[in-house]
Design a protein around this ligand. Structure first.
Ligand code: FMN
Length: 206
């Protein structure tokens, strides 16, 4: 039997670990987006969260191009996506392209942490969105040169992800069985022992 959005949220929710902020376990990347707009207030809140991410030299290299449904920007971001991503993400009411300024402002030297810092800001953004009852889905699957051309992004900026933002819908609204399967599968993560070391590849044993 088809699972409901509420049941899917239960499947996707990670096991809560005492003392860890619940939002980390609660956030997941949906592909079924409801036909419901995101308010300007909530949009402002998610970018306010991104704003306070730390960055190398406090450069704040991130820039976000935001397309709300019905705008040229939304269409251009959607057109830049690879067909698989476009098939479901074009229904999201907000499509956001994140880019990062590749050189430091204070001395014009290369900032090799620019996209890293953009990632931190985007992590803040998606967690804030989850706290507001919104869902997000980041995508690397888009044509960068097409996006650069369509959205007139200067060469001095490197690409991060496209972020689909909106409200979760019932999985049955997705176009095919494969998407429904992905939407209703439990999430998986490596155990801490696989990536937290005391010495190289020797688990710290937390
Ligand atoms: C930088 C980045 C790029 C991603 N690219 C895609 C993508 O192109 N298409 C897609 O369907 N999901 C994409 N994802 C989503 C991941 O597959 C997803 O975050 C991962 O499977 C963990 O699932 P969760 O976010 O639900 O915990 C991307 C996620 C990130 C952070």
């Amino acid at each position: 039997m088809m699972k409901t959005a509420r049941e899917v949220n239960e499947i996707k929710r990670a096991h809560v670990v005492d003392g860890v902020l619940p939002i980390f376990h609660h956030r997941w990347s949906a592909r079924a987006f409801a036909d419901r707009e995101v308010s300007r207030e909530d949009l402002r809140r998610v970018f306010e969260a991104a704003r306070w991410a730390p960055s190398s030299y406090n450069e704040q290299p991130w820039r976000y191009i935001v397309g709300t449904r019905g705008t040229e920007t939304h269409k251009k971001v959607a057109d830049s996506l690879v067909p698989f991503n476009r098939s479901w993400a074009q229904r999201a009411p907000v499509l956001i392209l994140g880019v990062a300024k590749a050189r430091f402002s204070h001395d014009n030297s290369p900032n090799s942490y620019a996209v890293f810092d953009l990632g931190a800001a985007s992590a803040y953004l998606v967690l804030q969105a989850a706290a507001l009852g919104l869902t997000t889905h980041q995508m690397a699957g888009f044509d960068r040169e097409k996006a650069r051309k369509l959205l007139v992004i200067p060469e001095a900026y490197d690409f991060g992800s496209v972020i689909a933002l909106g409200y979760q819908d019932e999985p049955e609204r997705l176009a095919n069985e494969e998407l429904i399967k992905r939407e209703t599968q439990p999430r998986e993560r490596k155990a801490l022992d696989k990536f937290v070391f005391g010495e190289w590849e020797k688990p710290l044993g937390l």
